[in-house]
Design a protein around this ligand. Structure first.
Ligand code: NAD
Ligand code: UDP
Length: 310
């Protein structure tokens, strides 16, 4: 198959390109390099099955493809808040452009949505039928509401134009190739632990997240794309739930670091808890994450050691 991956030079996108090529597909990787890096896909550039396009999804494009994975969007709060209006444009105009393309060439399209559509959830764990608790005018809204509208667009293109859609609600994912200055918690903690600096806990560090290793997520995305007739959102994440303080302790252990902690103010609208109910993915995709936090952290730390100077 000929497959378009938008955001393909990013963290998740580069792992996805690799996987799709290894299965014998032709991959078109499209990226504007806002948070993506050539280094992430450098090893693929010589592969005749791989093609790189520098392009911004907010501009229309016409390509002949069979499937589209729409991942283009900065994912770290630091990066998506850098230019919030652009984040909204990427999620809204970018998704419209990709849906228009899917409609025109009759491609199946998967949208990388997010657990942030649940906002600061009042239901725990989160099932796909929960509508969420999202602030429409807060500093996270450009991302949360952008992704919610992307889900609306996907569903309306399906209802109105019969576009063959898939929606993955991705929970916190980590692994090799996250940027050192990405700003998300796993990469921040690993860099700080390797440098012997204190780990920055926001608030009391009692808020929870559930961390999925990137290989598990990629398996879920590929299964979701290739199952027939599943047009409703599907949670993809690892239900293992940790407080941020527990994560910090785990990272210090895995890095063999002497670092301590420092406490910084909790950012506005930071969700207090998050844990996916993955019954739908288990039942309909036969998918289960297999890599526990400690093993995933070991693999991730190995990658960071080669990039981060102590
Ligand atoms: P990332 O920042 O590493 O990757 C995003 C990629 O999209 C980058 O390569 C960036 O340059 C590119 N991009 C951004 N805006 C673009 C635009 N307008 N046009 C073209 N390319 C553009 O982030 P990631 O963690 O790999 O996330 C990938 C996708 O998965 C995102 O859509 C994100 O919202 C979603 N997601 C990720 C997580 C996670 O924990 N990593 C969780 C939920 C959802
Ligand atoms: N966090 C933290 N220290 C950091 C970075 C993040 O304590 O250096 C916290 C952040 O406040 C949030 C959690 O870790 O509660 C996860 O943050 P991240 O930005 O990785 O993801 P998101 O909040 O989007 O789930």
């Amino acid at each position: 198959m000929r497959i378009l991956v938008t955001g393909g030079a990013g963290f998740i996108g580069s792992h996805l390109c690799e996987r799709l090529i290894s299965e014998g597909n032709d991959v078109l990787c499209l990226d504007n390099f806002f948070t993506g890096r050539r280094e992430n896909i450098f090893h693929l550039l010589d592969n005749p099955r791989f093609e790189l396009l520098r392009h911004d999804v907010t501009e229309p494009i016409l390509l002949e493809v069979d499937q589209i994975y729409n991942l283009a969007c900065p994912a770290s709060p630091v990066h998506y808040q850098y230019n919030p209006v652009k984040t909204v444009k990427t999620n809204v105009m970018g998704t419209i452009n990709m849906l228009g393309l899917a409609k025109r060439v009759r491609a199946r399209i998967l949208q990388a949505s997010t657990s942030e559509v649940y906002g600061d959830p009042e239901r725990h764990p989160q099932t796909e039928d929960y509508w969420g608790n999202v602030n429409p005018i807060g500093i996270r809204s450009c991302y949360d509401e952008g992704k919610r509208l992307a889900e609306t667009l996907m569903t309306d293109y399906h209802r109105q134009n019969n576009v063959d859609i898939r929606i993955a609600r991705i929970f916190n994912t980590y692994g090799p190739r996250m940027l050192e200055d990405d700003g998300r918690v796993v990469s921040n903690f690993i860099v700080q632990a390797l440098r012997g600096e204190p780990l920055t806990l926001y608030g009391e560090g009692e808020q929870t997240r559930s961390f999925c290793y990137v290989d598990d997520l990629i398996e879920g995305l590929v299964r979701l794309m290739n199952v027939d007739g599943l047009h409703e959102p599907v949670n993809l994440g690892n239900p293992g739930e940790f407080t941020i303080k527990q994560l910090a302790e785990e990272v210090i252990k895995v890095c063999g670091s002497q670092s301590g902690f420092t406490y910084l103010p909790l950012p506005a609208d930071d969700p207090r808890q998050r844990k996916p109910d993955i019954t739908r993915a288990q039942t309909l995709l036969g998918w289960n994450p297999t890599i526990p936090l400690r093993d995933g952290l070991k693999r991730t730390v190995e990658d960071f050691r080669s990039r981060v100077k102590a």
